[in-house]
Design a protein around this ligand. Structure first.
Ligand SMILES: [Mg+2]
Length: 123
């Protein structure tokens, strides 16, 4: 399985990359929504995208809307990674088509638990 990590923070991408590689995933990275859309076009085998909310250029919310507007990507799972604890932003992400969300800061176990909820990892 392949996971695309989208975050403008190199440290956050690195943290997620280590967790996901240890769990056996192939990992691709992008630093904003536009670059992530280009990755999706190039690598059709991406199963899951972990996407930050706050990014310069195309942010996570706009990215999720763009992916969900494209029928070619309807099987791609989307998980929002956000520091915003406000329930309103979580609701906006879910209404826009995010399948799950996780709040920063998170633990390795919390990430793996969310992947189980999505059916990406076995229970
Ligand atoms: Mg950010």
């Amino acid at each position: 399985m392949a996971v695309l990590i989208v975050d403008d923070s190199r440290a956050m991408r690195s943290l997620l990359r280590h967790i996901l590689k240890d769990a056996g995933f192939a990992v691709i990275e992008a630093s904003d929504g536009q670059e992530a859309l280009e990755c999706l076009q190039r690598c059709r085998e991406i199963d899951l995208v972990l996407v930050d909310w706050n990014m310069p250029g195309m942010d996570g919310y706009a990215f999720i809307r763009a992916v969900r507007a494209a029928p070619a990507y309807h099987e791609v799972r989307l998980m929002m990674v956000t520091a915003e604890a406000e329930i309103e932003q979580v609701s906006r992400a879910l209404a826009a088509g995010a399948d799950e969300y996780i709040m920063k800061p998170f633990t390795r176990d919390a990430v793996l638990e969310k992947l189980k909820l999505l059916g990406i990892l076995p229970h």
